[in-house]
Design a protein around this ligand. Structure first.
Ligand code: CAA
Ligand code: NAD
Length: 283
């Protein structure tokens, strides 16, 4: 099955990045968000990043115009009606995701593949909200999508070989490297990364060092491109908390307990870079 038209649901930092990369790779893309303001912000961000790429002579002005011409915006899920692939990138919450997939199942054409960019949630459970579990798959991009080369591909219990092969081919067409991972909480990336971030938050909570010093230790001492607290702010503290909760519940092991400070920051609305405040302040 040839994938030509893609809908991306959720125009936040991940959805906008996925839409940009798909459009730059020649796919027609509909970027969808239920929130008009978020949708316009996502579209503007894409244009800004393309303009920067032209300035840095990574792409030509014609590439930019062609990419933008392949991109449309929508606030209605019914606009999935002529799409071959839908990639969902809404909030990391099972109830929200299953609602989106169940509605989408009624709008997307019968042949369409429904993929989730979930960071940690079971693909099998998301697939069960549809009448096409064989055509549901995890397609986990990394942040920032235009830069990061990896896509974790996760099969649910019923995902067909045809669906898997189509998504593996598409990932290569986006110039990304696909890695197949089993449907276990947090897959590989977040099962390894998020406990480290959570531990860094405990280190702040216990007063061992300041966020700046913890980040300096990890950047200069272990060559991480960003310290764990800068990275947590960049990912979004709400997303970090959701992922830790999925790991904690999914494995039933206290080693994954989310740090109380992380919960407190999320309750305060300090979600990191996207809200202007997390472990650091952003103007
Ligand atoms: N969106 C798009 N492009 C971006 C970007 C963004 N948010 N941030 C940086 N870039 C681009 C820059 O434009 C620049 O491109 P050019 O080479 O064309 O100039 C390039 O990335 C390098 O940027 P900088 O020189 O400004 O900064 P840097 O060298 O520090 O790199 C970084 C920035 C690539 C983000 C780097 O700091 C990094 O790799 N950080 C770690 C990222 C990471 O770990 N991501 C995974 C998060 S976990 C995840 O995604 C899974 C999950 O489910 C939570
Ligand atoms: P975000 O908060 O930046 O964006 C989410 C967007 O989804 C918002 O614009 C919101 O308006 C929209 N939305 C919410 N419910 C919706 C619905 N029912 N229909 C349409 N739009 C809806 O979040 P994000 O960081 O882009 O994360 C999105 C997904 O990607 C999550 O599942 C997250 O776990 C995953 N993810 C995040 C990262 C990261 O580093 N932030 C990395 C990989 C994967």
């Amino acid at each position: 099955m040839a994938i030509k038209k893609v809908m991306v649901i959720g125009a936040g930092q991940m959805g906008a990045g996925i839409a940009q990369v798909c459009a730059q790779s020649g796919f027609n893309v509909v970027l969808n968000d239920m929130n008009e303001e978020a949708l316009q912000k996502g579209m503007k961000n894409i244009e800004k990043l393309l303009t920067r790429a032209v300035e840095k002579e990574r792409i030509t002005n014609t590439d930019k115009t062609d990419t933008l011409n392949r991109l449309t915006s929508s606030t209605q899920l019914k606009d999935a009606r002529d799409c071959d692939l839908v990639i969902e990138a809404v909030v990391e919450n099972m109830d929200v995701k299953t609602k989106v997939f169940s509605e989408l199942d009624g709008f997307a054409p019968k042949h369409a593949i429904l993929a989730s960019n979930t960071s940690s949630l079971p693909i099998t459970e998301i697939a069960a909200a549809t009448n096409r579990p064989d055509q549901v798959i995890g397609m986990h991009f990394m942040n920032p999508v235009p830069v990061m080369k990896l896509v974790e591909i996760i099969r649910g219990l019923q995902t067909s070989d045809e669906t898997f092969n189509a998504i593996q081919t598409m990932t290569n067409e986006l110039s990304k490297t696909p890695v197949e991972v089993k449907d276990f909480p947090g897959f590989v990336s977040n099962r390894v990364l998020m406990p480290m971030i959570n531990e860094a938050i405990y280190t702040v909570y216990e007063g061992v060092a300041s966020p700046e010093d913890i980040d300096t230790v990890m950047k200069l001492g272990t060559n991480h491109p960003m310290g764990p607290l800068t990275l947590a702010d960049f990912i979004g503290l709400d997303t970090c908390l959701y992922i830790m909760e999925v790991l904690h519940e999914g494995f039933g092991d206290s080693k994954y307990r989310p740090c109380p400070l992380l919960r407190q920051y999320v309750k305060a609305g300090w979600l990191g870079k996207k809200t202007g405040r997390g472990f650091y302040q952003y103007s």
